[in-house]
Design a protein around this ligand. Sequence first.
Ligand code: SF4
Ligand code: ZN
Length: 312
Amino acid sequence: MLYTCSKCKINSGVFKRSYSGETLCKSCFLLSIENKTLHTISKYSMIGYGERIAVGVSGGKDSLTLLSILKKILKKNNSNDIIAITVDEGIENYRDESILIVKNHCDAINIPLKIFSYHDLFGTSMDEAMFQRPSKKLSSCSICGTFRRRALDIAAKSVSADVVATAHNLDDHIQTFMINLFSGDVDRIGWMYPTPIEYDTGLKKIKPFLELYENEIVFYAFHSGIEFQAEQCPYMNESIRSDFRKFFNELEKAHPGIKYNCYNAVNKLSKMIQNSRPTSPLYLKKVCSKCGNMCNNEVCSVCKTIFLLETK
Ligand code: SF4
Ligand code: ZN
């Protein structure tokens, strides 16, 4: 049974925030999520005055909620334009539905939308790539993640954005840490600190939901009437991310707040790695000899992936 709201002390609680011990009513809960998002944005200097923001929107609960919250909280100072960008990976019977949901949501809250497809950008769709890949060792999500990062860069440039916002949450962040740790990629942990990395082009990549649990975002979407795609990507289970997701959810059930502790530890470690390796190759930018994009090797990961798919 839930008690009276810990904030307003009037309404009945509908959400128990187990890591803080608070019980919140619907309106205090919704406000707390908007305030937490604003707090994260200002704590890590994510958005500046007058900057144009492109929000990556997939049609899932996180990204649609991010778009709605940014629209709401940034309306107050009225200095930032927002545009939604959607990447169509080319996954039949999955992405088509979500694109429709995104279009309806953007129309409803009056935000312009631009759609970019892997097929147009890279000459292949995810469905095609799954047939073309040389072996299952090249996992669906690693192909997709490599293409998506580049697609968002291209999309942001094409809409003249200063900032790209994505809806990665606290759960995503600690799962990514585990993936990096277990693949031995310590340098990547150095990239994980929440302060946005500003690229040579001036583009900033930000994650305003980084301090929110995934279940809080679902609850927000549900209680503010945001319709989202519940169906999961058919290629999702290939990723080790699903295993870490289950692992952390089990731990959190037994030890409320453990995800939050892990989040703080990840950021401290990330900062230490950044500070200890100022001359790491991670920070030495090169230019891809094939496509001319900035990267850390002779050939960028997108060109390497396309090469692997074409030479099966
Ligand atoms: Fe792409 Fe993997 Fe996400 Fe599916 S689950 S959309 S393959 S990153
Ligand atoms: Zn390249």
